[in-house]
Ligand binder design. Structure first.
Ligand SMILES: [Zn+2]
Length: 422
């Protein structure tokens, strides 16, 4: 493996749709550091987000650099070209130093017969009962199972290799952090599949720093985990064991860790994940994005007046253009339209009603996960009224910034990395 820029044990991706909350986000990392836990901030934005809002990768770089300067942050930070492929990566090359190579769409495409045969032959050394320390049951590896894994994943990992080499050619090897993501695949990867995927990545000489598998269960936008959390816990611990074993076996970077593309707010999983990474002494990258946009909406609603009027009008628009808003997110939302409040109902909301309906607090009777998902996916409506929206963000700075910082620190960093409830 070539020497490469490495990322610290704990890191967290914070998206920021409109690029104004970098300072408020970074304050949460400073507070964590003050409590003795170092977490590297990563500003991530996908090509999809850029195209929906009309921002450019260099805007994220400018935001991150400005926040770091303003807060006098002296530790590492990164700018993540999130979910890129060969077709989209070029415009991120200059401004990013973290690349999330997304090859989910290549899963199931077939590598050449020769490549498959060579891979399967190489992996024969694991045939039989493969014991991975930390995985309860030995994995039974047969020629047929290796063939099946190769047929499903080998082309995708080769594609990751092609994208990695394309980036390395432009930036120079070792000058960026590489993530490989499969989280937008149709089916989860088992811990055994993850092991053989990492084997293939090592054969491609990709210095994988973080890997984002698709975990069991649903990771919907802005709401809690939907699925069997006991099963998640078991598989997550096994994935950690697989990573440790793969690092030794294949010479992958010592800092290799799991990346969770959370879709934000997987609060019921945070204590489980915290216990698992502590027990295994493992690192973690957690990616969030839309949660900061929702705090902007909450901050505006809480401010009342023009801010509240704007977010009410935004909801009315989103409600009327539901299909258009939902289209890019159909696999990651579950909105029951019959339980959405009507725009007329929302128009009658007080500031507190709006906040309580939107804010992720399951103890509150008003909280509506359908409303929250709907607002989550409707950020591009604010981009359509950008001048007005940005003016409101500026005139309500104090209210918004405290929501943004508190949300990242108390709801995410606290339970996940500090092991506190808030
Ligand atoms: Zn993702």
């Amino acid at each position: 493996m070539p020497m490469t820029m490495s990322i610290s044990k704990y890191s967290m991706g914070v998206g920021d749709r409109f690029g104004l909350e970098g300072v408020a986000q970074l304050r949460a990392f400073q507070a964590a550091k003050h409590r003795g836990v170092a977490i590297t901030p990563v500003w991530n934005k996908s090509n999809r987000e850029h195209s929906l809002i009309g921002t450019r990768p260099e805007d994220v770089r400018a935001e991150a650099d400005a926040a770091v300067k303003s807060c006098q942050w002296r530790d590492a930070y990164f700018v993540d070209a999130d979910h890129i492929g060969l077709a989209t990566v070029d415009k991120f090359l200059a401004s990013s130093d973290f690349f999330t190579i997304d090859v989910a769409d290549s899963i199931g495409k077939s590598a050449s017969d020769a490549a498959i045969a060579e891979y399967v032959a190489d992996m024969q050394r694991f045939a039989g009962a493969l014991r991975i320390p930390g995985v309860a049951e030995p994995v039974t590896v047969m020629a047929a199972s290796l063939q099946a894994i190769a047929a499903k994943y080998l082309f995708a990992v080769e594609e990751a290799g092609r994208i990695y080499r394309h980036i390395a050619q432009a930036k120079g090897e070792g000058n960026f952090v590489t993530e490989v993501s499969f989280d937008e695949a149709n089916t989860p990867q088992t811990p055994a599949e993850l092991f053989f995927i990492l084997a293939a990545a090592a054969r491609q000489k990709i210095p994988v720093a973080t890997v984002a598998p698709k975990f069991t269960g649903e990771f919907l936008k802005g709401i809690d985990y939907v699925g069997d959390s006991q099963r998640f816990a078991r598989e997550f611990e096994e994935d950690l064991a697989v990573l440790a074993f793969a690092r030794q076996t294949f010479g992958l970077p010592a800092s290799l860790k799991l990346s969770i593309h959370s879709g934000s707010d997987k609060f019921s999983l945070y204590p489980i994940i915290h216990r698992a990474i502590k027990k295994a002494d493992a690192g973690l990258h957690l990616k969030t994005a839309g949660t900061t946009w929702l705090e902007e909406v909450i901050g505006l609603a809480a401010a009342g007046g023009d801010g509240l009027a704007f977010v009410k009008a935004l909801y009315r628009e989103a409600y009327g253009r539901y299909e258009e808003m939902a289209k890019p997110y159909l696999t990651v939302i579950s909105i029951h339209r019959t339980v959405l409040p009507t725009p007329a109902e929302v128009d009658s909301f007080s500031a507190q009603d709006y906040v309580q309906t939107l804010e992720h607090n399951q103890a509150c009777k008003r909280f509506n996960i359908h409303f929250r998902q709907m607002v989550h996916i409707s950020f591009r409506l604010a981009a359509e009224k950008q001048a007005q929206y940005l003016a409101l963000l500026k005139s309500n700075r104090a209210s918004i910034e405290s929501h943004v910082t508190d949300n990242i620190l108390k709801r995410h960093i606290g339970p996940l990395f500090l092991g506190t409830g808030g």
